[in-house]
Ligand binder design. Structure first.
Ligand code: ADP
Length: 396
């Protein structure tokens, strides 16, 4: 009997030990599984954070990115590439259909055939674009990755710079050639001529003045364009400003046989502007009106409340310089504010073609807008808007 009991106790003991071992093994493997799940979760969340970061980079990139499979079907396109190729939903469409340019397609085909990186610079006249393309073979999927950089702006700046240098050399050549001719004539005997001597000398002074004016205007323009000019903004009465510009130019207008007057009501709100700079704009415009209006004509300086559309674009008061002059041909109007642009060199006398460009920059630095209404043979009105001074804006 006692042997039976002892045997039973031993069996129980063995079973108990087996259960304890098994449960501790189970607990250990459960712990391991928990750790595994924790690690997996960690890896998953860091993977999705990485994905989100990558997606944000691709979304914000200004360069276009396209992923194309081996069949030439687009698998991925970031927003910049959609904008560059003017397409809304390029996914699963063929690359030929989306990029619509044979050089781009050929670069992609070369990459597919050779499995080597291809790079190409192309001009797309239809979309007025200049693009730089890099096609990278995708070793895993057999497709390729296309990186497209928009160099249109850089190219345009290069052209502007080139035109500017060629314009400026041209503008300098004329007065310099005159100066050389005049001094040579003086050297060759005209200096001792009591009549021709002083005449040539005064022409030299005129040419030097023109060169000085051009240098000053170029300097002004470059300062304004590069943002070096700090505006001294203060509330200014439009009428006071017009009267002061009118006083400055009155004598010049009278000498040209013109009437110069101000038309402006007293109750206009103040504008927020740099007094000296805004007066410079008005003086430039009046100077042109005087130059391009025949004797007996009239130049009127006006200011009025801007209309609703102009106000929503930031302009509070609309200024105007109106003349009864020769006007501007309609085909020249869109280019009139460009540097060195002159409608007809023979009619613009000593002008440099920089005055309107300076005026536009000053107005735009004030967050305003400048434009012209003109009828050839009848006259021109140059308008510009300037924001209202904050103290004068009616509170909602
Ligand atoms: P400029 O020094 O030649 O006057 P602007 O930039 O001030 O240079 O003007 C550019 C051109 O615009 C002038 O050469 C002229 O052909 C034309 N223009 C400007 N203002 C007037 C105006 N009030 N009437 C007619 N033409 C004008």
């Amino acid at each position: 009997m006692s042997i039976l009991l002892i045997s039973l106790a031993i069996i129980f003991l063995i079973i108990a030990i087996w259960f304890t071992r098994r449960s501790s093994n189970l607990r250990r493997s459960l712990d391991e599984q928990n750790n595994l799940i924790k690690n997996l979760n960690l890896q998953l969340s860091s993977l999705s954070a990485e994905r989100a970061r990558l997606a944000a980079v691709l979304d914000q990139m200004t360069d276009g990115v396209l992923i194309v499979d081996s069949q030439g079907r687009i698998q991925f396109a970031n927003p910049a590439s959609k904008k560059l190729f003017e397409t809304v939903d390029p996914i699963n469409r063929s690359i030929v259909e989306v990029v619509r340019h044979h050089q781009l397609v050929e670069a992609w085909q070369r990459c597919q055939q050779t499995n080597e990186l291809q790079s190409e610079s192309i001009e797309v006249p239809a979309r007025r674009q200049f693009l730089q393309l890099v096609v990278i073979p995708d070793a895993h999927a057999g497709g390729s990755l296309l990186l497209v950089q928009d160099l249109t702006r850089v190219r345009r700046l290069e052209t502007v710079r080139r035109d500017f240098i060629s314009n400026i050399s041209h503008e300098l050549r004329t007065p310099l050639a005159s100066l050389k001719a005049l001094t040579e004539t003086l050297q060759n005997g005209a200096l001792s001529d009591p009549e021709a001597g002083p005449r040539f000398l005064s022409r030299i002074v005129t040419e030097v003045d023109a060169l000085t004016q051009m240098t000053q205007e170029l300097l002004d323009l470059s300062r304004i364009e590069s943002g070096q000019v700090e505006l001294n903004l203060a509330p200014i009465s439009p009428k006071k400003l017009l009267i002061s510009a009118c006083d400055r130019m009155k004598l010049q207008a009278e000498r040209a046989g013109l009437t110069l007057r101000v038309e402006c009501s007293d109750d206009l709100p103040n504008v927020r502007a740099d007094y000296a700079r805004l007066e410079q704009v008005l003086v430039n415009l009046i100077h042109n009106s005087v130059k391009f209006t025949r004797p007996g004509g009239e130049v009127i300086l006006l200011a009025e409340t801007a209309d609703t559309e102009e106000r929503s674009a930031g302009g509070g008061v609309r200024f105007g310089v109106k003349d009864t002059g020769i006007g501007i041909p309609s085909e020249d109007v869109p280019r009139i504010f460009e540097r060195f642009y002159r409608v007809d060199r023979s009619r613009s006398g000593s002008g440099t073609g920089l005055g309107l460009s300076i005026a536009r920059h000053i107005v735009e630095t004030h967050q305003g807008k400048i434009w012209v209404d003109s009828i050839e043979g009848q006259g021109s009105t140059f308008f510009f808007t300037i924001p209202q001074s904050a103290a004068d804006v009616p509170q909602a």
